[in-house]
Design a protein around this ligand. Structure first.
Ligand code: ADP
Length: 396
């Protein structure tokens, strides 16, 4: 069964075509700058060179037209006919309390997703555009929506209710939702396999550390807390996002003459490691600057490590213990130095890292020593595969 996985952003569209009989990627790619100058599709058939299509694309449907043509092209195609696409799995961002698991998309689901759009005004409308474009181009092919928030719907009320007046939750659905759920779910399931344990017996903390970053407490396979909130702005320090700050800072800045929009942009796009270091939002650049003696770059990284560590500590308390800590995403998968820095503050968990294993890259691996009381793992995330697996499960 071939599944096309689509991740639609406001001006971009990522895709992967997977053969789910073998769980292999047949082709993947990215359309960027849709609707703006310089639009491009980069198509990568497995085992072959990348192909670039630089041409104007006004809509996501036009981008998908190019992608579909590439998938069946005689030279760089990987299937003969679009009929070989058996199902489409869409990454869908905000499912609010409506979607606690993946769903087969129909008119009713689309209506409910529209209803969730006010909670993710940048993401949900873009996801819906992708869904409608696929409906037109692949009529009759079943589609599944896999929500970023769904995995976190098992959190108990004490973790997700903000101590605001309760009507704010009832009237406006203001609560903690959490994001990166597909990634946290994928790596926690893989961790159980790696440890040879039933996930139903494990207390895991998964650290998705990329440009956007979040931590999740996963007890016996179910998420019980996570660091992002109503929006992905909460929790850890990130590439450009501030994470948790005293909420009183917002009215304080507004009193100083900043508009709400300016503060919002500041917190989302000008803060985090970029804001503190003044160097870059990319952790590699900030690390290079810190190594060259830039004090603010060092401070930005120290804040990051401190927050990851203290969030892990909070989740050990929330679960009354922990069996395994997982590192994933750009920095979590690639930076042995940062993993070691986080773990160096977790001696009370009996963690001992195996330095040689911690220096490896690209594979799912236990990087703690055999007698380490808490296991530490690096697990490359694979949200596309998780989406494709859910799609097969629902429509296969
Ligand atoms: P997102 O999907 O949220 O955009 P990624 O998961 O791709 O982010 O992670 C990107 C981040 O990971 C970048 O800030 C990058 O600098 C960081 N990163 C990648 N490799 C390394 C490395 N070896 N050391 C430190 N940071 C790294």
């Amino acid at each position: 069964m071939n599944v096309l996985v689509i991740n639609c952003g406001s001006s971009s569209l990522k895709y992967q075509l997977l053969d789910m009989d073998t769980e292999t990627v047949l082709a993947k790619g990215l359309a960027e700058r849709i609707g703006i100058d310089g639009a491009v599709v980069v198509h990568q058939p497995a085992g072959k060179d990348k192909v670039k299509f630089e041409q104007p694309m006004e809509t996501h449907k036009e981008a998908l037209d190019i992608i579909m043509a590439a998938l069946v092209d005689a030279d760089h195609g990987v299937i003969k006919d679009l009929k070989e696409i058996d199902a489409v799995g869409h990454r869908t961002v905000h499912g609010a309390e409506t979607f606690a698991s993946s769903v087969v998309i129909n008119d009713e689901v689309i209506k409910k997703m529209e209803d969730c759009s006010e909670l993710a005004p940048l993401h949900n409308p873009a996801n819906l555009i992708g869904i409608r474009a696929c409906e037109e181009l692949l009529p009759g092919v079943p589609m599944v929506g896999v929500f970023d928030t769904a995995f976190h719907q098992t959190m108990p009320a004490e973790a997700y209710i903000y101590p605001l007046p309760y009507e704010m939750y009832e009237k406006y659905r203001i609560r903690k939702y959490g994001f990166h759920g597909t990634s946290h779910r994928f790596v926690s399931l893989t961790a159980a396999e790696l440890l040879g344990e039933n996930i139903g017996n494990l207390k895991l903390i998964s650290c998705h550390l990329g440009n956007g970053a979040s931590v999740a407490a996963i007890r016996y396979g179910k998420c019980i807390d996570t660091s992002m909130g109503l929006t992905p702005l909460a929790g850890l320090e990130m590439g450009t996002r501030c994470g948790d700050i005293d909420p009183a800072i917002i009215p304080f800045l507004c009193d100083k003459g900043y508009t709400v929009d300016q503060v919002n942009t500041m917190m989302n796009k000008e803060s985090g490691v970029l804001g503190v270091s003044g160097v870059s939002s990319d952790f590699r650049d900030v690390e290079a600057a810190a190594e060259a003696g830039n004090e603010r770059a060092k401070l930005a990284l120290d804040i990051f490590i401190y927050r990851v560590k203290t969030t892990i500590g909070a989740y050990v308390a929330a679960m009354d213990g922990v069996d395994g800590i997982i590192f994933t995403a750009g920095l979590g998968e690639n930076s042995s130095k940062d993993r070691a820095a986080v773990c160096s503050g977790l001696k009370y968990l009996g963690i001992q890292l195996d330095e040689e294993k911690n220096s490896k890259r690209g594979e799912a691996l236990v990087i703690s020593t055999p007698d380490s009381r808490t296991k530490v793992m690096v697990i490359p995330t694979n949200e596309e595969l998780m989406i494709a697996r859910d799609t097969v499960e629902l429509v296969g």
